[in-house]
Design a protein. Structure first.
Ligand SMILES: Cc1cc2nc3c(=O)[nH]c(=O)nc-3n(C[C@H](O)[C@H](O)[C@H](O)COP(=O)(O)OP(=O)(O)OC[C@H]3O[C@@H](n4cnc5c(N)ncnc54)[C@H](O)[C@@H]3O)c2cc1C
Lengths: 264, 385
């Protein structure tokens, strides 16, 4: 059995940052593995550890910088990794979910996985659509926002819990091949061990360019473009009182008095 | 995180991953509870096997399931552990550099088979018994004796100030054979008849670390428990060189944590109508702190290069241990002072680091003793003989 996990290196802004054109100034960004993807990797690695002959492959669309994040996945038990990149990606800037799904579908074509795990969403652009769009593109069954997964590889069925609004959970059986978008909390992601980190250095990490995937630059044309980025004006300041109930109550009372809500 | 001279750029991917893993581990597992452990005088013993699983004990050694990471990666790990607390780094130093290292370097095949994997995974805990009540800085004067007896030795004496002794499964005990034989290393299981490991309490420093004594009352150990491949003070001293290397890195981590805490506090704390960070007096402190930490960091990185190509002398390590710990001791005090009254509480790390540094300044060769080692190296005259 083969599991493909899509992983993304996301940008996280510091508390104080400046906007530079259509993006946050890179000086204020830190890059890290998308939180949801950590859970997707862990889920795949646990399936591998519980089963026989399971291969876990990760795929990332990202620049060379992302390799460190990819290696962290390899250190946590992913068997090999694919990085898709081409100068053309740098030129187009923003990729919408459909374009990403098209690129990833070319990788699915090559790899023929039985199961694709993605994160529910990426912490930076929060489209939350790539996994499901990919399922549609490659014509796989899909389940979104999965927070428990029980796989019967022999029968080719994934029994999943899905988190719905209002604390309701849905149980669904999904036939493989399928795409599941993984919710945080489904498992407890491990730390990479130092042994794992060492081993990761010798695991394959292959670069695929557009050519290798049978794609062309025109395939990256996105119907979406970012037109502006700005920080919304805050409408009011929140004041947080810290301390014991007695202290905070006193502070609250004097504030209420100051703003004229109560008298005296 | 302070890395003023961009030493990050010199690291390999692997080294960065080791550092990030350690940072994430202490952040998630201990950041919230370390202050309480320190106040309560407890060590988070449940993390001992977890740290083993992650490969935090002697990761710079190879074989026996040990990962064999670079000396820089090992140093970065020590810095991240000590940025949390010196007690945590001490756990890793004792287990890795003072217990696993001598078995790896001087042990028999059977000793390695019996202990290295179990110690590496944290299934077993070891301790290192060199210091005695009457012999600290001059351990070669030790009174602990090993008297040949049949197919083994009988050990008698007392070791004190021994990190982890009360929770250890085994101790590496350094004892003199007869009255004027060489010092040898003995692997002593703590459940042997005649071994006691009482705990020392009421420490005012390194409180999040368990310290005790090893009482040896006519303890029989078989010949096969003697480290076969080393004799004399070279045995314990070579272990200490390994551990001090980790301390030179660790101290930088503690100082960095103090700096980061003080910088953030200075930006947040408002007095006289604005953040205290706008005052030149505070900025001078931050400037000096950042400079001293960066210099210590350079020293640590240089040690790693020398160690990696086998050109590291123990005197180099003495210089770095002496400098970097004194630096962390000074700078933790400055950070504490910048936090005003809040700096006096355990809610913030600087005073915890400050008091920990008193131990780190004293153990593994006091600051003075390292001055004498350097003095001897520079003049050819030993002041301590
Ligand atoms: C929390 C803690 C944990 C420890 N863990 C361990 C452990 O795991 N294993 C272990 O074996 N030991 C351990 N030690 C012991 C530590 O290594 C010793 O305390 C240290 O070597 C100093 O010895 P001493 O305390 O006997 O001080 P002394 O040697 O009595 O020194 C007292 C003072 O005299 C100075 N001095 C001594 N000789 C000279 C000289 N020739 N010239 C100038 N000044 C001199 C010293 O610098 C010091 O300031 C630990 C200590 C502490 C506090």
């Amino acid at each position: 059995m083969k599991i493909l996990v899509t992983v993304k290196e996301v940008a996280e802004a510091e508390d104080d940052f400046d906007i530079d054109g259509l993006d946050i100034d890179e000086r204020y960004l830190e890059f890290d593995l998308n939180e949801w993807d950590e859970y997707a990797i862990e889920e795949a690695v646990q399936i591998k550890e519980d089963g026989d002959d399971v291969e876990v492959v990760s795929v990332t669309i990202g620049p060379e910088r992302a390799e460190e994040t990819i290696r962290m996945g390899l250190a946590k038990g992913v068997d090999r990794a694919i990085r898709v990149w081409d100068d053309a990606f740098a030129d187009v800037g923003m990729l919408d979910p459909k374009t990403k799904a098209d690129v990833l579908s070319a990788v699915v074509e090559d790899e023929q996985p039985d199961l694709v795990l993605t994160g529910v969403q990426a912490g930076d652009d929060s489209f939350g659509a790539t996994g499901v769009t990919l399922a549609e593109t490659i014509d796989f069954e899909w389940g979104a926002v999965v927070n428990a997964l029980d796989l019967d590889a022999g029968a080719g069925v994934a029994s999943v819990h899905r988190e719905l609004e209002g604390g309701i959970e849905e149980l669904t059986d999904i036939e493989l091949p399928a795409v599941l978008t993984i919710q945080t909390g489904i498992n407890e992601p491990r730390y990479a061990s130092l042994r794992g980190i060492r081993q990761a250095q010798s695991k394959p990490l292959d670069l695929h360019e557009l050519d290798d995937l049978g794609l062309e630059e025109s395939d990256l044309e996105s119907p979406l473009s970012r037109t502006a980025m700005y920080e919304p004006e805050s409408e009011g300041d929140a004041t947080v009182f810290e301390g014991s109930a007695e202290e905070t109550a006193t502070e609250l009372a004097s504030l209420l008095r100051d703003v004229g809500v109560v008298e005296g | 995180m302070l890395d003023y001279l961009d030493l990050d750029a010199e690291l390999t991917d692997e080294e960065r991953l080791v550092r990030d893993t350690a940072r994430e581990f202490v952040q998630n597992e201990l950041a919230d509870s370390i202050g309480t452990h320190w106040i309560d005088g407890t060590f988070p013993t449940e993390l001992i096997p977890e740290m083993g699983e992650l490969g935090f004990y002697a990761p710079n050694l190879s074989g026996y399931g040990l990962p064999g990471v670079s000396e820089t990666a090992y140093g970065l790990l020590m810095a991240e552990l000590e940025a949390c607390d010196s007690g945590l780094r001490s756990m890793a130093s004792v287990q890795g550099a003072l217990v696993m290292y001598p078995i790896h370097a001087f042990g028999s095949a059977a000793q390695k088979d019996e202990w290295l994997e179990r110690l590496g995974t944290g299934e077993a805990v070891g301790c290192f018994g060199l210091t005695e009540p009457e012999h600290g800085s001059n351990p070669s004067g030790m009174a602990t004796r090993a008297r040949p007896d049949g197919d083994g030795y009988v050990l008698s004496g007392t070791k004190t100030w021994i990190t982890n002794a009360p929770i250890a499964d085994m101790a590496i005990v350094w004892a003199r054979v007869g009255d004027d034989g060489p010092v040898r290393g003995f692997l002593v299981e703590t459940d042997r008849d005649g071994v006691s490991t009482p705990k020392l309490t009421e420490k005012l420093s390194l409180r999040a670390s368990i310290t005790g004594e090893i009482g040896l009352r006519d303890v029989f150990v078989p010949e096969e428990n003697v480290l076969p491949n080393v004799e004399g003070m070279k045995g314990p001293l070579s272990c200490l060189t390994q551990a001090r290397y980790g301390i030179a890195w660790g101290a930088v981590g503690a100082a960095r944590d103090c700096f980061e805490t003080a910088r953030q506090y200075a930006l947040d704390r408002e007095q006289f109508g604005g953040p205290i960070a706008r005052f030149q007096l505070q900025q001078e402190k931050l400037a000096e702190m950042a400079t001293q930490i960066s210099l210590a960091q350079l020293l640590a990185h240089r040690l790693a290069e020398l160690k990696e190509r086998d050109a590291l002398r123990s005197q180099h390590v003495s210089m770095a241990k002496r400098n970097n710990v004194a630096m962390a001791r000074e700078q933790s005090r400055v950070a504490r002072e910048m936090l005003g009254g809040n700096g006096i509480t355990a809610d913030y790390s600087p005073m915890r680091h400050l008091t920990n540094m008193e131990t780190v300044y004293t153990y593994e060769g006091t600051h003075d003793i390292h001055s004498l080692i350097l003095g001897q190296d520079l003049t050819g005259i030993a002041a301590f003989e």
